[in-house]
Design a protein around this ligand. Structure first.
Ligand code: C5P
Length: 400
């Protein structure tokens, strides 16, 4: 059911004989609705000319990292931001190795490093290079990072060998690229998402809060919108810009977040609580700035309402999804929370590993639900958001 309508695809062409198929691949991607730009490694230009790919894509081909004119037109960071998908096709063994090591030695590898979107690779190489343990190890690493790997196909190779290593056909690659997006999966559905921290005021200038960046909730809102849902994002104070095409309601305190959530869940099909809501708030908010007089000071805190549990407790409640950040006994605590809050799904992550979670771009989660739990590999929050929306859409289907 994949479609690339409204999708921006950066086709990364690396040095291999299959580069001649990139011309047709551009046509197939465009045929499925994508806007296509092309970036080539220096080696790729030995196999097919940039002029051919420029004429077909209708856009200038990006070639050099240190080219001032090209950087002024669309720099590598801008290009990385522009692309919903970077499709490396053909992906040579050398490029795959460089991708694994996070190298930024040319324009294309640098764009991949800077990308927050999906990066997919379509390997193409001689069957012995493909079978080499080093190549296979690199592929395993990319897969474990959540990068989709398309193919390779088996068949006749340019070097005369017959075996695994041919690039997948362009039409098949375009279909696989389209399948990465969840377009239409939540068409006609309403999704409400909370994100970011809450701020609990002590006086007119001070508050209690936490370090939540809001990235996961914002990524989920974008993925829900891309899946066709009418999406409402209720956000605590974050450094992120409100996403396009999403109704965003800015709130500060847990009480405001609850009020907005209860208003918005009416008629909603899915409620996702990604916010890091402050568990307690000051019992009273001083009208004037609190003066420092004594050596110590006591603040009385009272419990905040549990937003996700309140929504899940409504007589007519949407499919309700919560998060659980734990430092130990992840599965056990998350399962307890699932039951206590009466949720349909908990997305649990271990925050004792500081390389993932709260403020990071990556996350590794365990899906805890009645029945079988499911562990997902570490991946960036945007890729994860798409996977989670797919999973939640499937849950919604079985719930009805
Ligand atoms: O109980 P705990 O805070 O660990 O639960 C986390 C989940 O509950 C998250 O989904 C969070 O958004 C939600 N939550 C809430 N309201 C609260 C506290 C947590 O919606 N007051």
């Amino acid at each position: 059911m994949g479609s690339l309508s409204n999708k921006r695809v950066l086709l990364g062409v690396t040095g291999g004989i299959a580069a001649y198929k990139s011309a047709e691949l551009i046509r197939c991607l465009q045929g499925d609705g994508a806007e296509v730009r092309v970036a080539m490694t220096p080696a790729a230009t030995e196999f097919i000319t940039p002029l051919t790919l420029q004429a077909l894509s209708g856009n200038p081909v990006s070639l050099e990292l240190l080219d001032t004119a090209a950087e002024a037109a669309m720099g590598h960071i801008e290009l990385a931001r522009w692309a919903d998908l970077i499709l490396i096709a053909p992906a040579s063994a050398d490029f795959i190795a460089r991708l694994c090591h996070g190298e930024g030695s040319d324009l294309l590898s640098t764009v991949c490093l800077a990308s927050h979107g999906i990066i997919a690779v379509a390997p193409a190489m001689n069957m012995h290079m493909w079978g080499n343990p080093a190549t296979q190890k690199n592929l395993r690493q990319l897969r474990s990072q959540g990068l989709p790997v398309f193919g390779p196909a088996v068949g006749y190779q340019a070097c005369g060998d017959v075996g695994e290593g041919r690039m997948e056909d362009p039409a098949a690659l375009a279909t696989m690229a389209g399948n990465l997006f969840t377009s239409g999966l939540l068409k006609g559905k309403k999704v409400v998402i909370t994100a970011g921290p809450t701020r609990e005021a002590l006086d007119p200038v001070r508050y209690i809060s936490n370090h939540s960046s809001g990235k996961m909730g914002y990524a989920l809102a974008s993925a829900a919108m891309e899946a066709g849902a009418s999406t409402v994002l209720i956000s605590g104070p974050v450094q992120l810009s409100p996403p396009e095409r999403i109704k965003t309601i800015a709130v500060e305190s847990a009480a405001q977040m609850l009020e907005a959530a209860l208003h918005e869940v009416e008629g909603a099909d899915i409620f996702i609580a990604a916010a890091a809501v402050a568990d307690y708030r000051p019992a009273s908010v001083a009208e004037q700035k609190i003066k420092k007089n004594d050596d110590d000071m006591h603040i009385q805190l009272v419990k905040n309402p549990d937003i996700v549990a309140t929504v899940a407790g409504l007589a007519k409640h949407p499919l309700t999804v919560g998060f659980a950040a734990e430092t130990e006994n992840l599965e056990h605590y998350a399962t307890q929370k699932l039951r206590k809050k009466n949720l349909d799904l908990i997305i649990a992550n271990d925050v004792s590993d500081t390389s993932i979670g709260f403020n990071s771009d990556d996350n590794r989660v365990l899906l805890v639900q009645p029945g079988a739990n499911k562990a997902l590999p570490i991946m960036n929050k945007n890729t994860l958001a798409h996977k989670l929306i797919e999973h939640i859409a499937a849950l919604l289907k079985t719930a009805h």
